[in-house]
Design a binder for this molecule. Sequence first.
Ligand SMILES: Nc1ncnc2c1ncn2[C@@H]1O[C@H](COP(=O)(O)OP(=O)(O)OP(=O)(O)O)[C@@H](O)[C@H]1O
Length: 224
Amino acid sequence: MIEFTDVHVRLGSRNVLCGITASLSERRVGVVGANGSGKSTLARLINGLALPTSGSVTVLGMDTRRHAAKIRRGVGFLFTDPDAQIVMPTVAEDVAFSLRRRGLPRAEVEQRVADVLARYGLAGHADHPAHHLSGGQKQLLALCSVMVLEPDVLVMDEPTTLLDLRHSRQVAELLRELPQHVVVVSHDLPLLADFDRVLVLDQGRVVADGTPDEAIGHYRKIMS
Ligand SMILES: Nc1ncnc2c1ncn2[C@@H]1O[C@H](COP(=O)(O)OP(=O)(O)OP(=O)(O)O)[C@@H](O)[C@H]1O
């Protein structure tokens, strides 16, 4: 599903990722590590937002270097700050904007938008200004705008950072139910507790890779 082969990323004078090799086929994969350890860069490699300096990343059977546009259609990406993803005035318009290049009839767009807003609890906000939503609701809106495209893989970079406990739990619950493969970068360790696999990054290298218990245990040790 997602294959990293001896991936190095150099940004400016810094070696941000140093020889990452991993094959991710589990449904829910978490990535933890200290600030600056390379987690966001790793996440961005998955949809071609970042490219390896050497080595390769293959997603859905395609090399991200050669098939960036196709890969972006199959890989949804959620940024930490949902405001960065809001582009249209109202909630429904913002979700519909995601579908603009699909060539769908207007009625079908409206139906898909209504369905996804209902699924994630935003049906009552369809005509509200997107920027008036609460932080948690904006996170849900960003999720709707990605999920309406029915991606095969969902990558989330610190999705609960701005959320209160209730909304964090809601995201955790959603992650449990999503049919998609998800890769979640997070400092929110409880969020990852029931994931299938967790990678620990340290200074651009994978230093632990296993069950949440094993990997998070290792992470706690190196951070103590
Ligand atoms: N465009 C860039 N040019 C130079 N260095 C960069 C660039 N982008 C990121 N870096 C550096 O790469 C390193 C890894 O950054 P990255 O954002 O991947 O880390 P992270 O583990 O996600 O950190 P955090 O937990 O703080 O979000 C950092 O030291 C950062 O300063």
